[in-house]
Design a protein around this ligand. Sequence first.
Ligand code: CA2
Length: 146
Amino acid sequence: MRVLVLHGPNLNLLGSRQPEIYGEATLAEIDSAIVARGAELGVEVRSAQSNSEGALVDAIQGARDAADGIVINPAGYSHTSVAIRDALLAVALPAVEVHLSNPSAREEFRHVDLVAGACLGVVAGFGPNGYLVALEQLVVRLRAAD
Ligand code: CA2
């Protein structure tokens, strides 16, 4: 079983800025924890980060032949991107959305999420642990569908 983990814009800055909102873990540390949990679950995890909407769309399209499911933190694009939503719907792979913070408890513009409706569910507000929960629940659904 193969899972693609996608991180959206600015998440490459994790650990260096705004730790009061996003925590102190770096993206590399988060990715290592996801890969380690994947290994425990018998799942091969690949991850990628991009600041570009088009690159994220390309990665989702590429996952059609390279992954069984997707964990995605679309970051700021969650609130604006019809293109990422359409890409997820087009590839029709099971996906789980993750947010480190809880966008519903933040500014009103973060309350709109265009990507969530293309996902099985959303994990938000639990910091890096949210990625592990998202991976675990994605794997539960993939195994149930086998
Ligand atoms: O809470 C999340 O995971 C978000 O997806 C993060 C996005 C934000 O636009 C969403 O509303 C919620 C922002 C990512 C910015 O990441 C930074 C990391 C470190 C320092 C500055 C920004």
